[in-house]
Design a protein. Structure first.
Length: 292
C-alpha cells in the first residue's frame, strides 16, 4: 500500500534515508526536523511495515521551469522492485499536478539497484559527487583573517561565487551556469534574504585588506569554498581550507565533511593532501519531461 507518511512513520522513514545515504548525526537531526515539520513523503507499507519511501520537493528554475527532486529508498527484500515501481507510479500524479518538466534524483553509487531502476525510467546519468570526510587534526594557523558575512557583502560574495563555479556548472550542464548574473530583480532580493538567514555560517577571508575568498561551515559540512578568480593559483585555496578546518575542529562536530564534483580532480587532490578521504560516491541523474 502507498500512502502519505504520518508522524508515526518518522523513525522508519529516517532509517530509509540513512539506508540511502548513510546520514551523519547532524544530517539525521536535520532530516528529523524536516519530517516533524511535514516534509512531503510517500511510504510503501507491507504488512504494517514501512519498507520504502519517496520524498519529493518542488522548485522553479529560471531557465528550465517547474522542477522536482525525488529521493527513493527501499529496504532490501524480495519485493524491492515492486515497491520502487509503486512509489514511482504514485508520485507521477503529484508531478503532473505541478506541471513538472525536469526531475532530478541521486543515490549512493554502491546501491546498484537504483542505477538499473532509473535507467529503466529513462533518467540520464548527470554527474557524480565524491563525499569526503576529514581524518586529520588542527591545521597550522594561516595569516588570513576572516569575518562573518554581513548584508552589505552580498554582491562581492555572491558575484564571486557565481564566477568561481561558472565553469564547473557549465561542464556539468547545471543551469543556470552563473547563479549571480542570472538573478532577476525578484530573485536577487529573495536570494539576498536567504543568504542573510545563513550568514552566521558564511566566512569571508582576507589577506590584509584584500578579499581572497569564502567558505560556509554548517553542521560539520564545509561548502561553497572558493577563491576570488583573479587570485587563483596563489595557494589561497589551501589557506582558506586550513582556516575553515580549524574553525570546524573548534566546534567539535561529530565529523567534518564536504562534497566535491568527481570531475574536479584538482580540488579532490588538494583535500586528500589535507587529510580528507572519500567515503561515499553519489550519482545524480536527471529526466526531462516533454511538454504536452
Amino acid at each position: 500500500m502507498i500512502r502519505e507518511y504520518n508522524k508515526n512513520d518518522i523513525d522508519a522513514v529516517l532509517k530509509l534515508f540513512d539506508l540511502h545515504n548513510e546520514l551523519s548525526k547532524n544530517e539525521k537531526e536535520e532530516r528529523t526536523k524536516e519530517l516533524k515539520d511535514g516534509a512531503k513523503v510517500l511510504v510503501y507499507e507491507d504488512n504494517s511495515d514501512v519498507k520504502g519511501m519517496c520524498s519529493y520537493s518542488f522548485y522553479k528554475n529560471s531557465q528550465i521551469g517547474n522542477c522536482a527532486e525525488i529521493i527513493m529508498s527501499v529496504k532490501e527484500y524480495p519485493n524491492f522492485k515492486q515497491a520502487a515501481n509503486l512509489l514511482w507510479e504514485s508520485v507521477q500524479a503529484l508531478l503532473q499536478q505541478k506541471e513538472v518538466v525536469f526531475i532530478i534524483t541521486n543515490y549512493n553509487k554502491k546501491n546498484n539497484q537504483w542505477s538499473e531502476f532509473f535507467s529503466e525510467k529513462q533518467f540520464e546519468k548527470w554527474f557524480v559527487t565524491q563525499d569526503m570526510i576529514y581524518k586529520g587534526g588542527k591545521c597550522e594557523k594561516t595569516k588570513l583573517t576572516f569575518k562573518n558575512y554581513e548584508d552589505k557583502d552580498f554582491d562581492i560574495y555572491y558575484a564571486n561565487l557565481g564566477d568561481c563555479f561558472y565553469q564547473l556548472r557549465k561542464e556539468n550542464d547545471i543551469k543556470p551556469y552563473n547563479i549571480y548574473t542570472s538573478l532577476s530583480t525578484e530573485r536577487y532580493e529573495k536570494t539576498k534574504k536567504r543568504i542573510e538567514e545563513i550568514k552566521d555560517y558564511i566566512y569571508l577571508f582576507y589577506d590584509g585588506e584584500k578579499f581572497v575568498g569564502s567558505s560556509m561551515i554548517k553542521d560539520g559540512v564545509i561548502d561553497d569554498l572558493y577563491v576570488v578568480p583573479e587570485l587563483q593559483g596563489n595557494c589561497y585555496g589551501r589557506k582558506i581550507m586550513e582556516a575553515s578546518l580549524n574553525l570546524a575542529v573548534q566546534r567539535n562536530f561529530d565529523k567534518i565533511t564536504l562534497g566535491v564534483a568527481d570531475s574536479n580532480k584538482i580540488a579532490i587532490n588538494l583535500y586528500k593532501s589535507l587529510g580528507f578521504e572519500i567515503y561515499r560516491s553519489i550519482e545524480f541523474r536527471r529526466l526531462s519531461i516533454p511538454c504536452n
